[in-house]
Design a protein around this ligand. Sequence first.
Ligand code: SF4
Length: 271
Amino acid sequence: MAQPKNAMEIFKLLDQSNCRECGQKTCLAFAGAVFRGQIKLEECPKLDRETIERFSGEAKKEHTVEEIQEAYMNDLKAKISDLDLDETAQRTGGRVSNNKLTLQVLGKNFSVDPKGHLYTDIHINLWVAVPFLTYVLYGKGIPVSGNWVSFRELKDGKEEHPLFQRRCEEPMKRIADTYTDLFDDMVHILSGKKVEEQFESDISVVLYPLPKVPIMVCYWLPEDGLESSLHVFFDKTADENLGTSAVFTLGVGLSQMFAKLALRHGVSEHP
Ligand code: SF4
């Protein structure tokens, strides 16, 4: 009986349709749960008997979300060699030079070569690198609509919305509450644009983490006994230009990036 060495080996056996018939939200989540021994491979109805018998070993080693993300990132990198770089540049809003595809990520060059090697001046955070590669491989390249929607309005976003609030919007709000330069840093360091306040917020800043996936961060100051609030909005094309799972990952990555900015200026993320 073959023993899967990691969750990615299990993921590669699946049809990767994210159909949810197994009760998991994605095939990647299913692979992670099988690898941690929480569910059995045969719970995916799309696998044939022969594959199930070949790989139904006891997988006991615990893997962190980051390890699974890293394995997933390596799988994405391996697929870059299949791309036509010129077509991809046109679809993604990038450019090709020296056999590398380069996109603007938060105002900085972020490049990938056909072997999947990444080149950038900014720190390569897994939570940003995975959306970058997903966008390059699977983004549909639809023109940005200019209509802002919340995470819950994206395809399949409703179910993940509470988790998105906990992992992205709430940490961002805590940073914004104590680090008043956050929005200026978004503009000056991350090449964001302050825009006319949206949804009656006090501050609205648009960032470009990927050329066709703008995000808008809106902040409401405390008022009349009400506490402050912060919400993140996406163009309504984000689920097609990136995919809702990768939008989630990107949101978490940005909130970690903001925490680093705040810490660099001597302000604690957790007041
Ligand atoms: S049933 Fe299989 S193919 Fe469908 S989401 Fe689950 S693991 Fe993926």
